[in-house]
Write a protein of this length. Sequence first.
Length: 328
Amino acid sequence: MASKGRVFSGARPTGRQHLGNYLGAIKNYVALQKDYDCIYCIVDLHALTTLDTTQNLRENTYEMALDWLAAGIDPQKTILFVQSNVPEVTELHTILSMVTPLGKLTDLPTFKEKIRENPNNINYGLVGYPVLMSADILLYKANAVPVGVDQAPHIEFAREVVRTFNHRYNTNVLVEPEMKVTEVPKVLGIDGKNKMSKSLDNHIEIAATPEETLQRVMKMVTDPARQRRSDPGNPDVCNVFTLHKVFSSPEEVEMVNRECRRAGIGCVEDKQLFAKNLNAALAPFREKRAELGRNPDYVFDVLRDGAKRARVIAQQTMAEVRAAIGLF
Ligand code: AMP
Ligand code: TRP
């Protein structure tokens, strides 16, 4: 049995996952199963804060769960569930909202970014997004939370909520979580500039076909200063090179590093090589995904069973929280 503590993470149901999700989060979800009791959650309530993620919830939940399972999440040991199937989280959200100063929420860089992106839908839930996220983590008394680095302000927020709550009610029922990042905590998109994300359409899906993958890779922006094939390039500022380091052999990484700098290899060849290695690395995952996809009921069964197991823990924590506050 795992023993280093409990891990919790969540992600909004955005459907098929991209390389950013995979390298920034999913790889860690899978690796941490070895030493921790893990709980992974598809946060459908969080998805309701923005209009685009409110569409096709059921299909997006299914596609995402399929990616996670095919990537190596093992539902025998790990709990995999959908947030809204464990309604205790909404009660904890309400309770935590009463120990949260409003200014702290509106000051968060993640909130400012969201209102910039969604000027026509600045809703109450969007302000409370980090409170609901804290409730997710604290309901399961998670010690560690694997996420991409974009989530750092939210994890720090959750830690502060724990301290305020425990202090106000003179208790220690809530546990301060720590953030865990991978070696690539922020993956850039094919524009080579912004964080890889579906909303910017600069992403590469891990479940794409080899042909689609090659097409997207060929659009990747490399060293912007390298205009012609005969110009030497700088791998240090090239997003393709960053990803080569993850997916290509040390010999190839060394070759690309050397040859790019003296214009011995062009960006086209370089990207073809990268796409080949990326497709090879993802082939076992894609095969497993196709196999699991032949039996959709399996995925729904996993999620139902996960919710049942999660709910036992959630109800226990809520009993302790209510007692600590002195709710009647
Ligand atoms: P999202 O799809 O935005 O809900 O993110 C799900 C998880 O993937 C979170 O842990 C994010 O931090 C992580 N993630 C999303 N995009 C990236 C990216 N471009 N680089 C690294 N991690 C990411
Ligand atoms: N805010 C996270 C994101 O946008 C998703 C999330 C919700 C989450 N609840 C969580 C992540 C709990 C970790 C733990 O990606």
